[in-house]
Design a protein around this ligand. Structure first.
Ligand code: NAP
Length: 309
């Protein structure tokens, strides 16, 4: 009998208890799943980085920490955590992100705001180009970025992707490294940020790089707030170099009431809702990793501590 500790905010327990129990039963794993277990008796921790659990030292028998979140910047630097740490890759989460990114990309591509907010009797005969004539760059080609890039490509967009290591995603022009970033940004009419927050990605979108995109380009950030130099983005919005920014994530969350982003006419703020882990599909991923741990197979989606994601 395994002891599995659920260490996320208590409000999440009702969402996850049943799906986790079902997934464990479907996998034939007998386990005591609970929110309170003596630390020395815990075999696996199902974890959210905003959990009450921050000191992993007493969990001497634990074999892995299985995160419910894709972004692990809040836990990766915890020096008491030396156990294997897996991040969340969940096809429900991925599908949600694809829908959010496609929706906001189409809003900007089609110029929907012009008509939604322009019902003033003026016949504006602006017709958007076809998606195939629109260059969109997706920074980050991981579980989420690659799926979004492929979905945009499926609609016909001219999609370039950028990652740390070389990638091969069908239909996407895949670039990497510093030169690759320059190329991905130059002339892009839309930017989608799906990079993790690490020391290497901090302020990756700065004034110099914003100057490379096509004038009036849109920026969509469902990745993490620190990817953007906020002052540089606000400056580029004021000059029109950036036409609109749709931002889901921020350096400080909730975004403070007096932040300039709230009031800017060309910024859309969404409250970190681009996509969330879905309990049913995520529970299957968590349980597959527990099954692997028990079978002596390698864990899926392990975090690379040195890279920070
Ligand atoms: P992932 O699979 O780890 O992919 C990360 C991608 O970023 C990879 O392609 C990686 O390159 C690239 N990358 C990392 N550091 C880089 C660097 N220094 N230079 C260039 N490329 C770099 O992560 P994911 O599951 O797609 O998730 C991405 C992020 O989305 C998460 O970290 C989280 O912050 C965010 N997120 C937000 C929400 C929301 O609701 N807003 C929900 C879920 C996730 P390699 O391929 O070479 O490794």
């Amino acid at each position: 009998m395994l002891n599995i500790l659920f260490a996320a905010r208590p409000a999440r327990w009702p969402d996850y208890e049943e799906p986790l129990r079902t997934a464990l039963s479907n996998a034939g794993i007998e386990a005591d799943l609970a929110t309170d277990i003596t630390p020395g008796e815990v075999d696996y921790i199902v974890y959210a980085p905003n959990s009450w659990l921050q000191d992993f030292a007493p969990y001497t028998r634990c074999k892995a920490v299985l995160s419910l979140w894709a972004g692990v910047e809040g836990i990766v630097g915890n020096t008491t955590l030396t156990l294997p740490l897996a991040r969340m890759v969940d096809h429900g989460l991925t599908q949600g992100m694809v829908e959010w990114v496609v929706g906001h990309t189409l809003r900007h591509h089609l110029g929907m705001d012009l008509h939604i907010h322009g019902q003033d009797g003026i016949w504006r005969d602006y017709a958007p180009p076809l998606a195939r004539d629109r260059k969109v760059s997706v920074l980050g080609l991981g579980a989420l970025g690659a799926a979004c890039a492929e979905a945009l490509r499926g609609l016909g967009f001219d999609v370039t992707g950028w990652s740390r290591s070389p990638k091969d995603v069908p239909g996407i022009r895949c670039l990497h490294g510093e030169e690759g970033l320059k190329e991905a940004l130059t002339g892009a009419e839309g930017l989608v940020l799906l990079l993790p927050a690490t020391p290497a990605t901090d302020n990756v979108i700065n004034a110099e790089r914003l100057a490379l995109v096509a004038p009036g380009a849109f920026v969509i950030n469902p990745g993490r707030g620190p990817l953007i130099d906020d002052a540089a983005l606000l400056g580029a919005l004021d000059t029109g170099q950036i036409g609109h920014a749709t931002l889901d994530v921020f350096r400080q969350e909730p975004l403070p009431k007096d932040h300039l982003y709230w009031a800017h006419p060309n910024v859309t703020v969404t409250p970190h809702i681009a996509s969330e882990t879905r309990p049913v599909t995520a529970s299957e991923v968590i349980v597959e990793n527990i099954r692997r741990g028990e079978a002596g197979e390698p864990f899926l989606h392990l975090v690379d501590r040195a890279q920070g994601y």
